[in-house]
Ligand binder design. Sequence first.
Ligand code: ZN
Length: 396
Amino acid sequence: MIASTCSLLMLAALDLPAATAAVTPDSRVIEMLEGVSREELEPVVADLSGATPATIGGAEYSFTTRSSSSGVPIDMAEQYVFEQLSSYGLDSVVYHEFPPESGAPPGRNVIGQIDGTTRADEIVVLGAHMDSYPWNGAAPGADDDASGVSATLYVARSFAGHSFERTIRFAFFGDEENAPWVCDEIGSAGYAARCADAGEDIVAMIQADAIAYDPPESEARIGELVTRRPSNDPGGGDQAIAELWLELIEAYGIAGIEPQHVPSGNNWSDHGSFWNQGYPAALLVAEERDHWNPNWHSADDLVSTFTWPLYVPLTQSYLALAAHLAVIEALPEDTGSRDSDSGPETNDTGTPGHEGGCGCVAPGAWPPLALLTLLGLWLTGRRRAAPARRLSAQRP
Ligand SMILES: [Zn+2]
């Protein structure tokens, strides 16, 4: 009883589709999910990990490393991601420069954006990291984290041309292997701090990191969504994201993985930088306690080791979660009870202009009255009628 009441409150707070009720599949998302395949995901991973030469600036380049201290190679990785994103026709693609931790040249994150339509100031961030480890020698980093980069690029490519109520950012971070979640300015730490300083309303951040390997002897392909512990998750935003993820896997019939919500508070990737700023966030990752990737942080982290029956459905779950967090625009004929096999899709690509960047919602505490109001709205099945404070406004 208490648990279900809590989940209701969390969903109302995030204004997510009701995870306690059945999620209604969207025909356009179904189509996008059907497009996720090894053939779509492998080329980017192969390029970034050196299995195939990448085309960057019109010339071929072969990666042996993407270490954050490598100079030219990490610069080339950033440019590769920038060029890939730029080819999709998003609303904007920019570099976000961050200062070096010590002595090195400035690093760069790459940020692509689809502007939201009716709730453009509410932002969903999808992340992955471009750099690899070890810092010296060969560092192909296929699973860690070219797998997340390729999945995030795929979602961006799939979403281009569709309209979403919320703004979506595709964030590719540098310097993850230097643990930005315990630093101030590098990589995702610098970016999350910049968002917070600008008062940006990030309603959810999902990091995809190391999502492509499972030992051959595994009996179950376990994918995890790691969140903070409920007791350490003010407002329950992480928990609501995880509930939605589980519901979506079931609703869309995403098969082949055993999804697990792990509320451990493990902050060892770029999502930790967003937790540090008080934003709801979660990490999508292959199970790693009993299903450890022995190639991790070595010259053997190669695309040839991938477990495609894990990587493909995990990417599908990531795409579905992103589409529902960002709230794909209702179809013109939609009356609120969308049927998964409803008629032909028409996509409204005429998004209203948005400055991008700094749509602000003033930080503030979460008042119980507003919470009850939102719960009432949720219970009557109505969309939120007026702007309301949400979890992301609760920065410490
Ligand atoms: Zn990683």
